[in-house]
Design a protein around this ligand. Structure first.
Ligand code: ARG
Length: 235
């Protein structure tokens, strides 16, 4: 949890879930990525706060880590959803995304919609909005529950896709693109979900939320946001 030092700077701990390139990943043993750089730049511009460090969690455990004060903010490509807003708050959006259907390169299975996944083995990361779409298919009887494999991290789902253990992965579009570049997979279609990523904060931490929103505005104005976009998304 946060602690206040003598200089009236509140030190905060950020939580993330690496394996979501280029937003957060481990490279040469180090935690790096767009979210890492962006949050660090934002906190630097956020009045009254300094970043003490990062803690890594599985994506599906981040909200509980936040609400139980293990961390003070989430920077994990987390989509702002009504459901999540029942338990946590979010800053203003900092990135837009949709969902992609990822299949093996050269595969004859080329789903054009979520419904096309019926009868096939599908994977996603636990606790994500991609999993939510698959859960909807299961709930409406389009997909058998036994045809869904949940993974702790997306790279494991992509490996299972390459191996032929599953036939499709539902995953955020910007992250799908990095797997297309680095693995034997392609995007067969995108699903227009209109998601927006925000930094998560506790609902009773309006001070931090405002400070981070101020920091976000400052890094957009001073060019850092554009620089980081170029650094992590230039192809
Ligand atoms: N945007 C999606 C969601 O909010 C996926 C985020 C996954 N993030 C990660 N660091 N693994 O559910």
């Amino acid at each position: 949890g946060s602690t206040t030092s003598g200089t009236q700077q509140t030190r905060i701990v950020a939580g993330t879930a690496p394996g979501f390139q280029p937003f957060e990943m481990i490279q040469d043993g180090e935690l790096v990525g767009f979210d890492i750089d962006l949050l660090e730049a934002v906190v630097e511009q956020a009045d009254g706060y300094t970043l003490q460090g990062w803690e890594q969690y599985e994506f599906g455990s981040l909200i509980q880590a936040l609400t139980t004060d293990k961390i003070d903010t989430i920077a994990a490509g987390m989509t702002i959803t009504e459901k999540r807003k029942e338990s946590i708050g979010f800053t203003n959006p900092y990135w837009d995304a949709n969902q992609a259907l990822l299949v093996r390169e050269g595969s004859s299975f080329q789903p054009q919609s979520l419904e096309d996944l019926a009868g096939h083995k599908v994977g996603a990361q636990s606790g994500t909005t991609g999993e939510g779409l698959i859960q909807d298919l299961i709930d409406e009887g389009t997909l058998a529950e036994s045809n869904y494999n949940a993974y702790p991290k997306y790279p494991l789902a992509v490996s299972d896709l390459e191996n032929g253990n599953i036939d499709a992965v539902v995953i955020d579009t910007p992250v799908a693109e990095t797997f297309v570049d680095s693995r034997d997979v392609v995007v067969s279609a995108t699903v227009d979900t209109g998601e927006q990523y925000g930094f998560g904060v506790r609902q009773n931490d309006g001070d931090l939320e405002s400070a981070l929103n101020g920091g976000l505005e400052a890094v957009r104005d001073n060019g850092t946001y554009a620089d980081l976009t170029k650094k992590w998304f230039a192809s």
